[in-house]
Design a protein around this ligand. Structure first.
Ligand code: SF4
Length: 345
């Protein structure tokens, strides 16, 4: 029998022994188990976690769980995924669709908010359910792409020469298998006016094994440049396995950027944001956006006021070179792009 020497990526996978698909299907989906695994008292946390879980199910993959501190309910990674009682409280101004995306659907699965870019929702599935997600109420079932919708998407994009970039989103587009993603990449890059393919994903962070040979193969063979915008909110999300995975993506020619959301109790601290930018840069990822909180129903307890966000970014200006300072922006429905928040009004 011929023994193959493991390539870099195979060796990276062997450290864990599980494929990304296994990690995805074996994620924690029960509040009781999450609390138990982290040694947190159910009498204190379970009823709030169950209430939130009824509204937006809990989902935490093992590699992400492994980076949380045992016994610490305020761990910044846990704060992003553990439902709390506050989710059941309705607050004025916090709505189900804060970015009015229902008005931006152009054809099934295709959202058009800006002139030159279109968002393609290839799946509603995510590897982790972030409690603050502005799409936590999104009707993914209505946007599920069937075979005829797929043709419609390609026809719509082909007939729209002003669109030069397609963003694969979701859900998390990397929750989809590589055969299907490679097909999308081939079809989209065959449209002459499409100049870039962008992926918005959290998967290489929460399940680094997602960066496998099949993914790297189609990413490196796509005709048009690929930009991957990761979503990392705290430096502790980047562990050695994640750093490895990001290195493989860069070696495949993918441009790596990061967007964060400013979140109460997670990264509303200048030292944490400074460390996040430095850690991203060391991992080969450029900070891109720091998003003001989108007022989604069920997540008001994460909200950080613009004034405070401004002060935090002003603090970064004194600590970091300009190229490591993410742009503080807000997304406002109906605008032509993200709205920069003025740091010195
Ligand atoms: S991974 Fe992204 S789309 Fe999915 S729940 Fe988290 S923030 Fe929302």
């Amino acid at each position: 029998m011929i023994q193959r020497t493991p390539t870099g990526i195979e060796a990276h996978l062997a450290e864990d022994g599980r494929s990304w698909q296994q990690h995805l299907s074996e994620s924690i989906t029960s509040p009781e188990i999450l609390l138990q695994r982290l040694g947190l008292a159910p009498e204190e946390w379970l009823s709030g976690a169950q209430a939130g879980h009824q509204l937006f199910p809990i989902r935490v993959p093992e590699p992400f769980l492994a980076r949380m501190r045992h016994g610490d309910p305020n761990d910044p990674l846990l704060r992003q995924v553990l439902p709390r009682q506050e989710e059941s409280v309705r607050m004025p101004g916090y709505v189900r669709d804060p970015l009015a995306e229902d008005r931006a659907v152009q054809t099934t699965g295709l959202i058009r908010k800006y002139r030159s870019r279109a968002l393609l929702m290839v799946t509603g599935q995510c590897a982790v359910n972030c409690r603050y997600c502005f799409r936590r109420h999104f009707p993914y079932d209505e946007q599920r792409l069937g075979a005829s919708d797929r043709r419609q998407v390609i026809d719509t994009l082909s007939a729209s020469p002003e669109i030069n970039e397609v963003i694969l989103s979701g859900g998390d587009p990397l929750a989809v298998n590589d055969r299907l993603l490679a097909q999308w990449a081939a079809d989209l890059s065959a449209i002459p006016h499409i100049r870039r393919l962008r992926l918005h994903t959290r998967l290489p962070v929460v399940i680094p094994q997602r960066v496998c040979d099949a993914l790297l193969k189609w990413l490196s063979q796509t005709r048009i440049p690929v930009v991957m915008v990761l979503h990392i909110n705290h430096p502790a999300e980047i562990d050695p396995a994640t750093r490895n995975a990001l290195g493989y993506l860069r070696a495949a020619g993918v441009t790596l950027l990061n967007q964060s959301v400013i979140l109460r109790g997670v990264n509303d601290n200048v030292a944490v944001l400074e460390s996040l930018s430095e850690t991203l840069f060391e991992a080969g990822v450029m900070p891109y956006y720091l998003h003001a909180f989108d007022p989604v129903e069920g997540a008001h307890h994460y909200d950080v006021a613009d004034e405070e966000a401004r002060t935090l970014v002003q603090g970064l200006l004194a600590r970091l070179p300009g190229f490591l300072i993410p742009r503080l922006v807000r997304e406002e429905p109906g605008r032509d792009g993200k709205t920069p928040i003025n740091l010195f009004p």
